[in-house]
Write a protein that binds this ligand. Structure first.
Ligand code: HEC
Ligand code: HEC
Ligand code: HEC
Ligand code: HEC
Length: 425
């Protein structure tokens, strides 16, 4: 009884706190959006350019209307478009990202039309114009105007003031082609594929257009060039990315508790999907995320509402899987199982990080074993982060998710073993 009561009271306090948080959040966003779009009376409305989704409305009304739906916000069991704070949901992340921007702020992603807004709102600091590379449809034109390095290293505030349009039609389509053909607008994709000894033709455009942004990257020449680079020279697995970064002697930051050089992984959707059950069937990103649908008049078109396919499971999955209710349950069961494993590994990693911190404070600790523990931290953190920030909660490649989490767990165990040896335990 008592425990039920206090549970109820706790959850109502939590509910009130959450509600207040949401109200403040919404008010801040609304104020921000108002400020950003406010034009003094009398000033003429800005001319729509090709980078605006609305520019294409007359010619492609169905595609534009469906793309506008990316403004909707709704959660799914493990994904969706409600930008909740992940650091609160998964507190071990604060230990993992200690000393790096994501320590302060790491929110769930939303639809494409929020891309610039969300970059402005985040509490993380920005290294320069390059941060707009995957957020704005103005980016390719700005690079053409100012130069690649010049724009990528431009002060963030100056660069941001020049962008008006979030991810949009011309990021994926050639506006000059008569059939609005798909095209690649971000040069680093081809650079990375070529470095692997492959060509763009080895992949489908219906996935490549997404790979421009939905892939793990880092900046070569941080501060001086800020060149977006995909760590793909050895392949697409997290181990391949670690090998690439080891070759380049690259770390995003030195972890203040353990002294290890570590990395922040970002959305490796394209890499993680390779070799999955669905990839082997020949499916592309667009097959599930952009199904062919019909309007009331029966006109078929590609739905451009880029969200969790679990919000349109009938259009995306039913042809192959039948019963949508059972399929959702199966999908969520797999995601739940993986989420639980990831949380266990995350809590273990937090303890290992704090264990290594304490060991480093011990003057008698063996340097050799500390160094080995740091190497294990570097590896464990990259592997676990790969799963955590891949946006499908493992769905895109369930077998690979299990493998990666298993490897991450082993790396944490090694880290603990080296730490214990360092302090003679
Ligand atoms: C077989 C169908 C399928 C394919 C193919 C597919 N996805 Fe997904 N994707 C999903 C499902 C299911 C989810 C999980 C959504 C959830 O948890 O609500 C998802 C989640 C996502 C999310 C996060 C959505 C959210 O709600 O937060 C992104 C981003 C994404 N996929 C991008 C891609 C990219 C890029 C590709 C190609 C490399 C791809 N997907 C291929 C089915 C697919
Ligand atoms: C993230 C990439 C992406 C964005 C952004 C995008 N599209 Fe597409 N679009 C696609 C893909 C993929 C297809 C399917 C093409 C194929 O299979 O050949 C497509 C198909 C189309 C087609 C061909 C007809 C059809 O429905 O299949 C038109 C027209 C089109 N898009 C218009 C637009 C417009 C207008 C916008 C902006 C509101 C837009 N697209 C934004 C990726 C994108
Ligand atoms: C030019 C960069 C760019 C391209 C190209 C791109 N995306 Fe995205 N995508 C983003 C960004 C940035 C976000 C996160 C926006 C935010 O959180 O504000 C995002 C978010 C998403 C989401 C999550 C939406 C949600 O509601 O949580 C899905 C799903 C998605 N993209 C699918 C795709 C697919 C599929 C393709 C290819 C057809 C694609 N994207 C191409 C940059 C891009
Ligand atoms: C082209 C046909 C096709 C499409 C489209 C497709 N699937 Fe699949 N899917 C398969 C096949 C075949 C398998 C492997 C056999 C099985 O487990 O049913 C599979 C496996 C799965 C599994 C089990 C994965 C595992 O590793 O155990 C889930 C869950 C799943 N699909 C969900 C989805 C969802 C959700 C969508 C839509 C967003 C989708 N599929 C779209 C054909 C498809």
């Amino acid at each position: 009884m008592t425990s039920n009561f206090s549970k109820g009271r706790k959850s109502s306090v939590l509910f009130i706190l959450l509600s207040v948080g949401i109200i403040i959040g919404v008010a801040a966003i609304t104020r921000y959006v108002t400020l950003r779009t406010f034009k003094p009376p009398g000033e003429p409305a800005p001319q729509l350019t090709q980078a605006a989704s609305m520019y294409w409305q007359e010619r492609f009304p169905l595609q534009v209307a469906s793309y506008m739906r990316t403004l909707e916000m709704e959660a799914t069991a493990y994904g969706g478009s409600v930008p909740y704070q992940k650091l609160t949901a998964y507190p071990f992340m604060r230990a993992m990202y200690h000393g790096f921007g994501f320590w302060f702020d790491f929110r769930e992603s939303r639809g494409h039309l929020y891309a610039i807004e969300d970059t402005m709102i985040t509490g993380r600091s920005k290294v320069g114009g390059v941060c707009l590379a995957c957020k704005s449809a103005d980016y390719p034109a700005l690079v053409a105007q100012y130069g690649q390095v010049e724009f990528d290293t431009m002060f963030w505030s100056e660069a941001a003031a020049k962008t008006n349009h979030p991810v949009s039609c011309i990021d994926c389509h050639d506006p000059a082609s008569p059939d609005f053909a798909l095209r690649i607008t971000r040069p680093w994709l081809e650079v990375a594929i070529t470095a692997q000894g492959k060509t763009l033709a080895d992949f489908e455009m219906r996935s490549l257009v997404c790979a421009q942004c939905h892939a793990e990257y880092y900046f070569e020449g941080p501060g001086t060039a800020n060149t977006v680079t995909f760590p793909w020279t050895h392949g697409f697995t997290p181990e391949d990315a670690l090998q690439h970064k080891d070759d380049e002697n690259f770390s995003d930051w030195i972890h203040p508790r353990t002294g290890a050089g570590v990395h922040k992984i970002q959305h490796p959707e394209f890499e993680f999907f390779q070799g999955s059950v669905h990839a082997k069937l020949g499916l592309t990103c667009a097959d599930c995320h952009m199904p062919t649908v019909s309007d009331e008049q029966g006109r078929e078109y590609t739905q451009h509402w880029l969200v969790s396919p679990l919000r349109h499971i009938e259009a995306s999955c039913q042809d192959c899987h039948g019963d949508p209710v059972a399929l959702r349950a199966r999908t969520e069961q797999l995601q739940g199982e993986l989420r639980t494993t990831a949380n266990e590994v995350g809590v273990a990693l937090e303890q290992a990080i704090n264990g290594l911190r304490d060991a480093r404070r011990n003057p008698a600790a063996g340097v050799h074993h500390i160094t080995a523990a740091q190497a294990s931290h570097r590896r464990a953190q990259l592997l676990l982060d790969w799963f955590l920030v891949e946006n499908s909660t493992g769905f895109h490649n369930v077998a690979e998710a299990r493998r990666i989490l298993g490897e991450a767990r082993s790396a944490v165990a090694e880290m603990v073993a080296h730490t214990n040896r360092a302090i003679g335990r």
